[in-house]
Design a protein around this ligand. Structure first.
Ligand code: GSH
Length: 217
């Protein structure tokens, strides 16, 4: 890949900063040592015809490169991992892919659900009624994941693209103390977030939020 561009939002409110899914893409690119440029869209541009040609649903992330335009954070991280043996080791492609799907299909849905209840529908009567059940569903996933990670530094023992996805999924409930209740998980997230590539990705996402902060925000 050459001349890689990653599309994200020009600004999001503080509760969402550091959670928007272009972070996964930036992180994978940083781990792979692939240079990239940032492209930003605001709420109005998302529904423009030009942007819909890149992303039919008007969402982020989008990755553009000489190979074409990609959407879906999992698919994009996979495409990057294909360029980097460390992110998806030749002998462990199936296991890496298994845990990438696990992060996105098994762990993300209940965690994202709790994020939506707490951050987008906070205080609404239906959300209050739903919350206890949603927390139980999260705890069930965290319990199993924590048992898997007990004794392992990373999902496959060493860092791969699956950890990029799993860590960014676990960050969706950073507003709770649920992850902290599982020491192996808590240590795992801290270990992953301490990686220089994660820090660089976060900095690159946050820099433009700071630049684009609305005057009233
Ligand atoms: N499954 C998609 C989800 C993308 C997604 O939900 N992106 C959010 C930002 S993290 C978005 O663009 N939201 C705007 C919207 O829902 O219209 C992926 O992983 O790329």
């Amino acid at each position: 890949m050459e001349k890689i561009a990653v599309w994200g939002f020009s600004w999001v409110p503080p509760f969402a900063q550091g959670l928007v899914r272009d972070l996964r893409v930036r992180w994978a690119l940083e781990e792979a040592g692939l240079a990239y440029e940032s492209r930003w869209i605001d709420t109005e541009e998302r529904s423009s015809e030009a942007y819909r040609r890149k992303h039919p649903f008007g969402m982020v992330p989008v990755l553009e490169s000489r190979d074409g335009t990609l959407i879906e954070s999992g698919a994009i991280v996979y495409a990057i991992a294909e360029q980097c043996d460390a992110l998806m080791p030749a002998g462990q492609r199936a296991e890496t892919l298994t845990w990438m799907f696990t992060a996105l299909n098994t762990v993300e849905p209940p965690l994202w659900n709790l994020f939506v209840l707490d951050q987008l529908h906070q205080g609404e009567a239906w959300a209050n009624l739903r919350r206890a059940g949603a927390v139980d569903e999260v705890k069930a996933r965290l319990t199993a994941l924590s048992q898997w990670l007990d004794g392992r530094d990373y999902l496959l023992g060493h860092f791969t693209a699956a950890d990029v996805l799993m860590t960014t999924v676990l960050r969706f409930i950073r507003h709770t103390d649920l992850v902290a209740g599982f020491p192996p998980l808590d240590a795992y997230v801290r270990r992953c977030e301490a990686r220089p590539a994660f820090q660089a990705a976060l900095r690159s996402q946050m820099t433009d939020y700071a630049r684009n902060t609305p005057v009233a925000a």
